[in-house]
Design a protein around this ligand. Sequence first.
Ligand code: HEM
Length: 421
Amino acid sequence: MSDTGSPSAPAAPSPGCPAHAGAVRLAGLEYRQTPARLYRDLRREHGAVAPVLLDGDIPAWLVLGYSELCYVTGHDELFARDSRRWNQWPAIGPDWPLLPYVGHQPSVLFAEGDEHRRRSGVITQALDGVDQFELARECRRIAGQLITSFAGSGRAELMGAYAHVLPARAVLWMCGMPQGGPDTRRLVDDLRISLDAAEGDDPVAAYARVGERIRQLVKEKRERPGADVTSRMVLHPAGLDDEEIVQDLISVIAAAQQPTANWICNTLRLLLTDERFAVDVSGGRLSVGEALNEVLWLDTPTQNFIGRWAVRDTQLGGRLIRAGDCVVLGLAAANTDPQIWPEAHVGAENSAHLSFSNGEHRCPYPAPLLADVMARTAVETLLERLPDLVLAVEPEELTWRPSVWMRGLTSLPVLFTPVVQ
Ligand code: HEM
């Protein structure tokens, strides 16, 4: 799945490196359920750039400051994406848990410079061709089918039965997968398993099946192109070969599915638990659009993202960052940085949050708009169809997934008046 070695990787700092004295272990922090407080404490103790330890006590830097994060993501010549320059590879074993996110893959995600512009340009144009009205119509259709499957029972677990499935099916529709067929259903299942394996799942086998099906899709679209993202990538004058398209399509699908699912679920949680929205969920005082935006500021799906690797020794937030050091993007921390919210109140009036990151590798331009169409349609359709939706448990009983990387609920159980079709 990944290529981790590089002949030019600098040596690992010796254990007990003074730059990482007092470093914070990220694994374990996930059990702290209020990230805003966690990031405030880290910032108070360490400033805008904190020394942290990843799983297995591997040292890295966590960027907590808004302007420092803009600086890192805006300066590719200093903080770049190719993880093969990491100075910690000698300490990383083959079963290190973060390897799937950090191990180099020949995709847009790890490409740099002209090669990144070529790959990213193809994705941007292919996504730009998606008609947002058609996407909304398709999302309403998928939402309708999913709601119908549980509407008669008067109860549902929305994370598994709705928020997770809808963006997966919508993204596969955008990519030109035939809708409703058993192989699309299988692909949706395999995506879930490879991105978010449950007990007893085999994520490696599922990931291999995703690769195979996408490879077949690219072949089909070469033979019979249509009006979809895959065909636009195949026909693009940049002339990507099939393997490049497969890698980048998998990146698009994976990058789209999980954060959009969590955006939907975190927004539903806010609507169902916060009295500012609770006059009546379908006719609350604040709109669905405001809830979606507030979630991006305060409960953003991608909390922390690995990352960037320092190209040479440099300074950041008063820290000496060594060539080859790993820098984790603290997107959630940056959104609540007191430097941009001096009144200690985080507003959600605009969209200057960093939830889609910034700079050359940011979430490519049309993607946030498409995510917005999917999330807004998912939330609105549900509230229209089941207007008396309420939580089936007390708000304090909802639990966040134990992850410092993604912010999402383990489940969202709800009750409503059964709808007889
Ligand atoms: C709520 C929804 C979403 C969130 C919060 C989100 C967030 C992000 C973040 C934080 C990155 C990493 C940027 C970096 O390295 O600086 C990213 C990259 C990316 N996203 Fe999104 N994303 C979302 C939805 C989508 C959707 C719907 C698509 C496609 C249809 C998409 C496609 C991509 C791609 C292809 C990249 C890689 C860009 C690159 O490395 O050049 N994302 N996204």
